[in-house]
Structures are given as C-alpha cells and as structure tokens.
Design a protein around this ligand. Structure first.
Ligand SMILES: [Fe+2]
Ligand SMILES: [Fe+2]
Length: 137
C-alpha cells in the first residue's frame, strides 16, 4: 500500500483542473496517512463526506467545460458515466461506514487510489489534447 504521488505525467494541461486533481489526491492520501497512524476509521466518515462534496464540484467543473467546448458526445457520455459511478460508490461506502464494516478504511483507500489514478490517466487524459487545442486554462 502506498499513497499517490503527483507528478507531471498526471497533468491534463489545464491548471485549474490540475489543482482540483491535486486536492482529490491529497484527500485520498490523508486517508492513507490516517491508516498508517491507526486512526483510519476515525477519519473515514469525514473523508467520505468531504469527497462526496468535492467530487461533485470537480465533476461538474469538468463536465461543464467539456460541454462548453463541444467535447464529442459519446466520449462525454462515457466520461460522465464514470463520474456517476464514483459518486454512487462513495454513497455506498458512506452507508457501509455507518454500519461499521470491518477494515473499510483500507478498502476505501485502495478503491480511491485505483479509481483516481485510473480515471485521471485513462479518462481525464483523453481531453488533454482537446482542451489544449482550444486554449482552455
Ligand atoms: Fe478529473
Ligand atoms: Fe473526469
């Protein structure tokens, strides 16, 4: 288990979006640190709630930008599907957290680390060139 390290390979070339991604990564990494200190479960609910809120802010931002610049419809749909899946999964984890599921902190961290890096590298990266060509900042 290791935390997510930000490096320039993760940049989508739009500073405002990179900043939001850094914040999502920092939130995920804060769960990692808490787990190492043996207080993962203490902070889990707060992190999930914060994530539920921040993910919506970030996803709305990306989706609005893609729509505003005429991002191809099929790609947009698939991208939004991934965002919606994450929101549903976080809501599910919040329910499990309320029910005190065992070792949930580690499960959530692993999920968030994989989802965030996969989504960033495979899905968000697809709009990098599109936004660059349109001068989106
Ligand atoms: Fe993103
Ligand atoms: Fe995205």
């Amino acid at each position: 288990m290791s935390e997510i390290d930000w490096d320039d390979d993760l940049s989508v070339g739009v500073p405002s979006i990179d900043d939001q991604h850094k914040q999502l990564i920092a939130l995920t990494n804060s769960l990692f640190q808490a787990i190492l200190e043996g207080r993962g479960f203490v902070v889990l609910m707060d992190i999930l709630n914060e994530l539920a809120e921040y993910a919506v802010t970030h996803f709305d931002y990306e989706e609005k930008l893609m729509k505003a610049y005429g991002y191809p419809e099929a790609e947009l749909k698939a991208h939004i599907c991934e965002h919606d899946a994450l929101k549903e999964q976080v809501a599910e984890y919040i329910e499990k957290c309320t029910a005190h599921e065992v070792a949930l902190d580690v499960k959530v961290f692993n999920f968030l680390r994989d989802w965030t890096t996969d989504h960033l590298i495979e899905t968000d990266m697809k709009y990098k060139r599109f936004f660059y060509e349109r001068g989106v900042e």
